[in-house]
Ligand binder design. Structure first.
Ligand code: G3P
Ligand code: MG
Length: 239
């Protein structure tokens, strides 16, 4: 599998409000080839971009994402919390984000981010939307149930298993979900786990790497890609 080396985290990293179209546009302007964002189901089952199960941290809304319709969700403000300059920025649906990625040539890692109890349903719905979209993308999730449901719904859309520390049973979990790659925390990565993954030839991408030196060290050790909040640290020719 071919990865962009530098993947902007939550759309535009720390340079824009997270999980917004403003982030995707900035990532593209910086020369990023890849972005990552989080997709969760709104109350009506429409996948929308947001990281937390609750609206409070990143939007003008209150309460659970799973209790709000997508029509109400996209009327919230996802920019004002970050900076008044972004006030009025709408939180997008997954379809809107995928359309923009295709239009501006961004490879997208859609992280399936289920609300508690909605693992399989979220995996299934996100995979169907991804399969219907144009452009290059990869699904990932911390939830094996979500990944397996995504595989059942849209086998052709590639998947990666997402973990914090690489667990003992990572090979089994990769095999069960038909994942082609592993995404793990850079901070929790051990030399033993890295060697074991590298020996299998399965690509490994690490989050969240906000210093160039750390990224270069990981690349030298065989890591394929890094997720970063600071895509501005690289020139477009280096991404
Ligand atoms: O997909 C990599 C990374 O985004 C996982 O952590 O919490 O930022 O979604 P989080
Ligand atoms: Mg994420």
């Amino acid at each position: 599998m071919i990865y962009p080396r530098i993947i902007a985290h939550r759309c535009g990293g720390a340079l824009t409000p997270e999980n917004t179209l403003a982030g995707l546009r900035l990532a593209a302007r910086l020369g990023c080839r890849g972005v990552e964002f989080d997709a969760m189901l709104a109350a009506d089952g429409v996948p929308v971009l947001i990281h937390d199960e609750t609206l409070d941290r990143t939007t003008s809304g209150r309460g659970y994402v799973a209790d709000m319709s997508s029509a109400s969700f996209i009327r919230l403000d996802a920019g004002g919390h970050y900076h008044p300059a972004f006030a009025g920025e709408s939180p997008p649906t997954l379809d809107e984000a995928l359309r923009l990625c295709a239009a501006i040539g961004l490879w997208a890692n859609v992280e399936i981010k289920p609300s508690a109890g909605q693992e399989a349903q979220t995996g299934r719905v996100v995979a169907r939307h991804a399969a219907a979209a144009q452009g290059q993308m990869l699904l990932s999730s911390f939830s094996s149930a979500a990944l397996c449901a995504a595989a059942d719904a849209a086998e052709a859309v590639p998947r990666a298993l997402l973990v914090e520390a690489i667990p003992e049973d990572w090979r089994r979990r990769i095999a069960e979900s038909g994942a082609r790659a592993l995404h793990s925390s850079a901070r929790l990565l051990t030399a033993e786990a890295l060697d074991a993954v590298r020996d299998t030839g399965i690509p490994l991408a690490c989050y969240t790497v906000n210093h160039r030196d750390d990224a270069e060290r990981l690349f030298a050790l065989g890591v394929s890609a890094v997720f970063t909040d600071r895509p501005d640290l690289w020139l477009s020719s280096e991404m």
